[in-house]
Each structure stands twice: as C-alpha cells, then as structure tokens.
Design a protein around this ligand. Structure first.
Ligand code: NOJ
Length: 555
C-alpha cells in the first residue's frame, strides 16, 4: 500500500492553473501580470496550493494568447520582465508554491526566428525545422486535414512554393520533431527553465509531435469537405521514442514533475505514458472531458450523456494509475467551459454544484488541478454576441456551426455552452470595479456575478464555495488516506451519486457526492462506524443525500 511519506511533493500537493492574462493586473492595463501572481502567493498558499501551472507567458504575438511562442527565453512585455519571473519563482519557492511552466513544443509562432528563417528558402539552416510539403499536382494542399481551429491544416508559403502544416492556427506552424536539432533546441529550453528553478512542466499538445510516415486524406466529417487533423496525427506510433529522449534530457535527476497534455491518449494507454517506465509523471487525458462534449469536440453537435458514463472513464483512469504513475484530477482548464455547467444536467445553485464537484476534485486519488476561479464557484458567462468573445477557436466553432446549417442563434448558444472564454474571464478578487482585477477595463468582460462571487466576500462567508475548498484542502492535508489511500468505487451503477472509498494504512474515508438535482439515497452501511468529516449542507442523515449534497465520512 502506498504511504504518504513515500510520495513526491507534487503528489501530495494541490496544483492550481493560472491564466496570467486574467489573474491579477498590477500595471493598470486591463491584462494580468507576473507581478500580480507574486502579489497573490499568500492567497494561493492559503488554499494548500504547492504548484502553480502558468499558461504561456513567453514573448508572443498572442494570436492564441501565448500558445504561439516567438521566444521561449523571454517574458512577453505585457506580462512584465524576466526579473519579475525570477522574483515569482524565488518568492514562490520560499512560500512552498513552485512555478510550473507551460512548454509549447508542438509548434511555435510564425514570428519565431526559427520559422522566419525556415520559410525563407528550401536550403537554409532551419529548412527542415517545420513540416513542409509540396502541393498536389493541381496546386491544392497535400491532404484534406482540417486544423483544430478550423479550415485547412495547410498554409501556402510563397517564398518556398510549399505548404506548411499547422495543427492549430496558421500562425502556429508545427515543428518537425524528426529533426534532431529541433529536439535539442526544445530540450535546452526546458533545461533553461528547470535551471531557473521551475518546479515542473505542463507540456502542450504533446500527442501531435509525431506525424505519420505517409500523409494521406482522411474521412470527411463535415460539410466543409475536410477531415480532422486529430484523427490523422494524434498519438502516432513512435511518439514515445521522442518522449523517452525528452525525459532523459530534462526530467531525470531533477525533483520536478512533467504533466503532458495528451488529447488522443485513452485511459487504457496510461501504463506506457506515465510511471517508472513511462515518459511523464502525469498525463492530462481527456476521456472524461469528452463525456459532455463528445470526442469530435464540435460544439454544434451536442451529445447525450449520463453520470455513469463519466464515472466509468474516471474509474478506468483511476485503475490505470493505481500501481503505476499518478493521475492529475481536473474538471476545468482554460480550454473548457466552467464545470458547474459542463458536468451538470440539473437545475440548482451554482455554489452547491461547485462544492459537490469540488469535493470529488479534492478527494479522488491523484493531484488535483484547480482552475483559477473554480474554487469560487464560477458559472459560464452569458455572451450576447460573437463580438464579445476573444478566443479564435470560438470564432471557428461558430463558423463551423453555420456551415452545418445551424442558425446564428444556435451557433451562439453552442459558444455560450462550450467556449473556452468562459474559463478565461478575469479573476474576481472583490466587489469593487472590475472585480478588483484591474484598474483599467479588462481585456475580457468580468462575469456579472462578481459582487457575490469573489475572494473577499467568500473568505468572509463560512458557507461559500471558497470556504468549502479551504476546508477540504485542510482535510486532505490531515488525512493521509485522502492522498495516498487506494480508490474503490461504490455504487458504480448509480445515476445520481458519485461514491468511493479511500483506504489508507491507518484510516479510511468514504466520499459521497450527489451530482443530481434530486434527493438521493445510499446504503448507510457504507459509512457504518464512521463519522462525518465534512458535509456541504452541515449535518447529514446517513443513507440520504439532499440535492447536490456532498459528504466525506472517515473512521
Ligand atoms: C492546448 C492549449 O491548452 C490551448 O489553449 C491551445 O490553444 C492549444 N493547445 C494550442 O497550443
């Protein structure tokens, strides 16, 4: 049985995702700064957070809010300076909050000097650093692949008279990992940040780095005559060889962690991706995110789902990381809508939903990753028109919906439901203007609920979502089984309650979360001889749960 003292620091802590543009602005410019993160370190430490994953803050033209990197060794001036970053790392380390950098290694910005050189001719030093292909005889793109952000995944380059591949936006050309110099350059960048004191890395879009040996058309799956690039290039055989090289060059011998973003890897493959013989410490796989969204992630094609669908994939991920590797638990990130909307099909209070799902987030086996604002109980914002959105994917999903014959109102409804901008609205610190996020007009509108849903108001309210998160974080720190204990699912077929037992060396806990809007029941024998450690609705009657009530029992 796993003992808590044998676990690494990053397995015992709570991780927190920061979208720096929306976190805290110390420069009165409407966008967040690195100094703003340093200013809030005490807040983060008060939540039991020991690692902050900061989405890319490198020099960038910001076509995809930093996921288009121009220079991996510079901080974008909108966020501050390298001195600000060094200070954040140093102060964070003092307070036990380690900085986790986001490595965008599948692609760069088109403004990256490597690409500027590569596109200039077919015989320069960087000529092979990206994926270049000749046109078909009729001049059309080499394949019919649709990029993840819509439109062809190929862009014509006049200078080279060739197309280049971009899995995401045209301004994000894909790197060619087959080229040894590319791999070396990327590993050097990771080591540069590890040497600076980063506590770990989140590695972006890593499943796309290995391209297939033969490029061929895929099956058309929409009215636009294109085929998803994902189907053709995600998780291609041979990818793990590259990643073993990455691990040996960067991870080995360091007290850091690496978590890969791996859309296209299923829970059944976790064994070869994580753990001693794997390539990463943890893997963000998306099988549970796909439950309410569908694997195609086309917002205009809503799907039906049941709680047992969600429980089944989570159980698989738990089973596949029980003895090997470790699981990063998450229900939100900057690419997903807010979980209080995404994972619930019932009416009910947003705060109750946030507390119920937050209970699961903080007590499943693995390292919880909290998305900024999730601990406050954010809802999706109500977006009135396409113009209010910033995100380029939202625009492309809107266009795709129209191409599929949806009305403008239907296309907008899809964006309201799924847009990534729901997770990116500014952090709500207090009830003052702009929610205390910035002295200037924020780059994205603040949610209308900010006068109630904010750090200051919720800190003062013992029944708030934030107070519940703090309570559970403290419980996690106290009760070893909530960190190291095994996971055994209970009531697997139940469509209302998510229930499981965490068995540790010295104690056990049973978690029951009613994720439905109706009263629910369970066998009180499951918690016989146990006491209530925490309950969202105060005292509870063993055997029944009120709508959206969550409880943690322990012996
Ligand atoms: C995944 C990131 O999380 C997302 O925000 C980004 O747009 C794509 N990768 C491209 O880098």
């Amino acid at each position: 049985m796993t003992k808590k003292q044998d676990l690494a620091w990053w397995q015992k802590t709570i991780a927190y995702e920061i979208y720096p543009k929306s976190f805290y602005d110390t420069a009165a410019q409407g966008t967040g700064t690195i100094a703003g993160i340093t200013a809030k370190l005490d807040y983060l430490a008060s939540l039991g957070v020991g690692a902050i994953w900061i989405t890319p803050c490198y020099k960038s033209p910001m076509v995809d809010n930093g996921y288009d990197v121009e220079d991996y060794r510079q901080i974008d001036p909108s966020f501050g300076t390298m001195a600000d970053m060094d200070e954040l790392i140093a102060k964070g380390n003092e307070k036990g909050v380690r900085v986790v950098m986001d490595l965008v290694f599948n692609h760069t910005s088109e403004m990256c000097p490597w690409f500027v050189e590569s596109r200039s001719s077919r015989d320069n030093a960087y000529a092979d650093w990206y994926i270049w292909r000749d046109a078909r005889p009729d001049g059309s793109a080499p394949t019919n692949w649709r990029s993840i952000f819509g439109g062809s995944a190929w862009e014509w380059c006049e200078e080279r008279h060739q197309y280049y591949l971009h899995t995401f936006a045209p301004q994000q050309p894909d790197l060619n990992w087959e080229c040894p110099e590319v791999r070396k350059a990327l590993f050097d960048i990771a080591n540069y940040w590890a040497d600076k004191g980063a506590g770990g890395f989140r590695i972006d879009a890593i499943t796309y780095i290995k391209k297939p040996a033969v490029f061929e058309d895929g099956p058309v799956d929409g009215e636009d005559g294109l085929s998803a690039v994902h189907a053709a290039t995600a998780n291609t055989p041979g990818i793990l060889d590259f990643l073993h090289e990455f691990k040996a060059a960067v991870r080995d011998g360091r007290d850091i962690f690496m978590v890969g973003e791996a859309n296209g890897v299923g829970p059944d493959e976790l064994g070869e991706w994580v753990g001693e013989h794997g390539v990463f410490d943890m893997l963000f796989e998306f099988s549970h995110s796909h439950v309410p969204m569908g694997e195609a992630e086309l917002w205009c094609r809503p799907i039906e789902w049941k709680l047992t669908d969600l429980k089944r994939v989570l159980a698989e991920s738990q089973a596949n990381t029980a003895d090997n590797g470790w699981y990063p638990v998450f229900f939100e990130n900057h690419d997903q809508p807010r979980s209080t909307v995404n994972f619930f099909r019932c009416e009910g209070s947003i705060s109750d939903k946030a507390k119920a799902l937050g209970t699961v987030l903080l007590t499943l086996r693995g390292t919880p990753f909290v998305m900024q604002g999730e601990e406050l109980g954010y809802a999706n914002r109500v977006w009135k028109s396409l113009d209010e959105f910033d995100d380029l994917q939202t625009r492309s999903q809107y266009e795709f919906a129209l191409s599929e014959g949806r009305t403008e109102a239907e296309a907008l409804a899809g964006c309201n439901r799924f847009s990534r901008d729901n997770a990116r609205t500014p952090m709500q610190w207090d009830a003052s203007a702009n929610a205390g996020f910035s002295a200037a007009t924020p780059w994205l509108p603040v949610h209308d609920d900010y006068t109630q849903v904010n750090v200051e108001a919720e800190s003062a309210d013992p029944d708030s979502t934030l107070s519940w998160y703090r309570k559970l974080a403290a419980l996690r720190a106290e009760r070893d089984e909530l960190v190291a204990g095994s996971f055994e699912e209970l009531m697997a077929d139940d469509e209302q309650v998510y229930a499981y037992r965490r068995q540790g060396e010295a104690g056990a806990a049973v978690v029951l979360a009613n994720l439905s809007g109706e009263e629910a029941s369970y066998d009180a024998a499951l918690v016989a001889d146990m006491k209530l450690l925490a309950g969202t609705h105060g005292s509870t009657e063993p055997g029944t749960l009120r709508p959206l009530e969550a409880v943690v029992f322990g012996d």
